[in-house]
Design a protein around this ligand. Structure first.
Ligand SMILES: Cc1cc2nc3c(=O)[nH]c(=O)nc-3n(C[C@H](O)[C@H](O)[C@H](O)COP(=O)(O)OP(=O)(O)OC[C@H]3O[C@@H](n4cnc5c(N)ncnc54)[C@H](O)[C@@H]3O)c2cc1C
Ligand SMILES: *[C@@H]1O[C@H](CO)[C@@H](O)[C@H](O)[C@H]1NC(C)=O
Ligand SMILES: *[C@@H]1O[C@H](CO)[C@@H](O)[C@H](O)[C@H]1NC(C)=O
Ligand SMILES: *[C@@H]1O[C@H](CO)[C@@H](O)[C@H](O)[C@H]1NC(C)=O
Ligand SMILES: *[C@@H]1O[C@H](CO)[C@@H](O)[C@H](O)[C@H]1NC(C)=O
Ligand SMILES: *[C@@H]1O[C@H](CO)[C@@H](O)[C@H](O)[C@H]1NC(C)=O
Ligand SMILES: *[C@@H]1O[C@H](CO)[C@@H](O)[C@H](O)[C@H]1NC(C)=O
Ligand SMILES: *[C@@H]1O[C@H](CO)[C@@H](O)[C@H](O)[C@H]1NC(C)=O
Length: 496
């Protein structure tokens, strides 16, 4: 053990009175953490307001205490305390992780990284350093003002580091690759309590592992990334289009036609959803083209010819892609505290008959369960040329060759629908699996899109596991970081 406070002999807490656990932890932390850190007990009225809330209230962790550290040493001390007292803990960045495995944190300690939210940009060096909890919303404006761009994701409230540690996909990934490909170094508190810099030259073994399996080894307190000069003067075409459900085959045929030839600057996002005012089941689709409007229009002309019933095609600064494209759905995607059963899968080909089956299935779900009418089923397709220009064995991330992903979010408000929500998710995934193009029998999924029941072979692959398991034993031998789609963990998912 390498803990800074290991000279203290801590008593094992044997009580099963969890409130007592929280009180004891609070009194310890108030004494031993830096004076600017904060502790909150769930029973306190300020708890909900002052601690980071989760996007998904379903399968959520439960805590006896939430701690908001302000220094790296605080984080070392919290991990040491949790370890010695055998209390599970979870670091919280943006709070958008939704895996069903998160509910394995019961009566745990939340390490709320909310104070690790700094952003600094060095335009001359083309670098950006962010704290472990900074959101995409916190970097887009400052980067834009500095004349720089970055491969953000699709939701402005997601934690940058939380997304990166699994890989980090988004519309500018066609131009710049995955977020892990922009990463230059991180500062990390490991599962042994050590504070280390991790980069190509410092702990290079772990450097490989954190890029794709990062949440398994520790808590990142800050991360430094490469950023890029503007493409197309920082402007992109964003085309929001709405279509009737009956047009589904043509829409997916359009996506399929780009297989193997999606321009780097072009990204496709097609979602099926339900809205009474649009006649029930319908499509909303977004196309980003980082180039002149007329070239972007030419790319989507086949879709315009189909006659979308609604359109909004504009040039926007890249910084607004998350917040103002997709008819402004970002504001909804940032709402916390609802129930979600989320499912995903990698696609290595676009099989139109499969997609038609999925649409027809969702159409019946919307009809049968009014409680699932906020559910949506999205396909995202980002060019993989730059992503694939990095060799597979350069990072732990195993799925550079996926050409698209589906993501199904079954949102619901009445918990009595939990079993049915899981059934919908499993059914949709079963529709996709036979034609996904995966070469193994594992449920291959981008770890950050995982439902939680895919297992380590599905998140990390057989190819990567030997090296990852060796890293786990070295940097987190006590398996403290085992609550989010983790290596070597056994989960009882699905429970519904
Ligand atoms: C609405 C929505 C849109 C999304 N869009 C995209 C997208 O476009 N592209 C994409 O790639 N992904 C996307 N995701 C998935 C997203 O990348 C993951 O959910 C990610 O894990 C969220 O990170 P977070 O910090 O917000 O969440 P949290 O729940 O806070 O964290 C998720 C996991 O990461 C760990 N973690 C977070 N911060 C740190 C840190 N600093 N150090 C160590 N571990 C940490 C947590 O402990 C937890 O295990 C989306 C998710 C949602 C809900
Ligand atoms: C939160 O509220 C409680 C009273 O409910 C108060 O004692 C405590 O100091 C507050 N915590 C912080 C960090 O402000
Ligand atoms: C630690 O906690 C786990 C889960 O609560 C329990 O199963 C285990 O026995 C505990 N170990 C010790 C040494 O108390
Ligand atoms: C970071 O972005 C979030 C929105 O996702 C916002 O609520 C918060 O105030 C921002 N933090 C800072 C320090 O700007
Ligand atoms: C990590 O690197 C920074 C700057 O590069 C340095 O100041 C710091 O001391 C290093 N920390 C550790 C734990 O090695
Ligand atoms: C999807 O397209 C197929 C093929 O054109 C069609 O048969 C089906 O009815 C459509 N689905 C819906 C929900 O409109
Ligand atoms: C059209 O899109 C732009 C940019 O995304 C947005 O600012 C505007 O509000 C949208 N207009 C409508 C009518 O939705
Ligand atoms: C939730 O669903 C149950 C079972 O269908 C129903 O009895 C209950 O009234 C619903 N609750 C709410 C708040 O709608």
């Amino acid at each position: 053990m390498n803990f800074p406070l290991s000279i203290f002999t801590l008593l094992f807490v044997v009580t099963t009175v969890f409130a007592q656990l929280g009180l004891e932890a609070a009194s310890y932390f108030r004494k031993h953490l830096s004076s600017t850190s904060e502790v909150y007990l769930p029973s306190e009225s300020n708890y909900t307001l002052e601690t980071t809330q989760r996007w998904n209230a379903f399968s959520a962790p439960t805590y006896v205490i939430s701690v908001k550290p302000t220094t790296d040493l605080d984080i070392q001390n919290i991990i040491e305390y949790a370890y010695h007292n055998n209390i599970s803990f979870l670091g919280t960045g943006g709070g958008h992780g939704y895996s069903a495995t998160l509910d394995t944190v019961r009566n745990g300690i939340e390490i709320d990284l909310g104070h690790f939210n700094t952003v600094s940009i060095d335009p001359n060096a083309n670098t950006m350093t962010v704290g472990g909890s900074a959101h995409f919303a916190n970097i887009t404006g400052p980067l834009y003002d500095a004349g720089k761009e970055f491969q953000v994701g699709s939701c402005s409230c997601v934690g940058i580091v939380g997304a990166t540690l699994g890989g980090g996909v988004g519309p500018y990934g066609g131009l710049h690759g995955l977020q892990i490909d922009a990463l230059q170094s991180v500062r990390l508190v490991t599962g042994t309590g050590a504070l280390i810099n991790v980069s190509a030259t410092s702990h290079p073994d772990l450097w490989w592992g954190i890029r794709g399996a990062g949440f398994n080894f520790g808590i990142v307190t800050s991360a430094t990334y490469q950023v890029y000069d503007f493409t197309n003067n920082g402007q992109a075409m964003s085309a929001d289009l709405r279509f009737r459900a009956s047009q589904n085959a043509s829409l997916y045929e359009f996506a399929r036609s780009f297989t193997g030839k999606l321009p780097d600057a072009f990204s496709i996002d097609i979602a099926i959803a339900y809205e009474e005012v649009f006649g029930g089941t319908y499509f909303f689709a977004n196309f980003i083209y980082v180039g002149p409007m007329e070239d972007g229009i030419a790319l989507i002309q086949p879709l315009l010819d189909l006659g979308p019933f609604d359109r909004n095609i504009t040039m926007i600064p890249w910084k607004d892609i998350e917040t103002s494209s997709k008819f402004g759905v970002d504001a909804l995607a940032c709402i916390k505290g609802n129930f979600h059963s989320v499912w995903g899968l990698n696609l290595y080909q676009i099989d139109v008959p499969t997609l038609i089956n999925a649409v027809n299935y969702m159409d019946t779900v919307y009809a049968q369960y009014p409680g699932f009418r906020q559910a949506f089923l999205a396909i995202d397709m980002y060019a993989s040329r730059v992503t694939e220009s990095v060799p597979d064995d350069a990072t732990a991330y195993p799925y550079r060759n996926a050409i698209a992903r589906f993501l199904l979010d079954v949102g619901f408000t009445n918990s009595s629908l939990a079993t049915a929500a899981s059934q919908v998710g499993r059914d949709v995934r079963s529709i996709f699996i036979p034609t996904s193009g995966a070469k193994t029998d594992n449920i291959e999924v981008y770890v950050n899109y995982g439902h939680g029941d895919e297992g380590q072979l599905g998140w990390y692959t057989e190819r990567k596991l030997p090296r990852l398991n060796a890293l786990k034993n070295k940097y987190d031998p006590s398996k403290l970081f085992s609550h989010y789609n983790a290596l070597e963990a056994t989960y009882n998912v699905p429970k519904y």
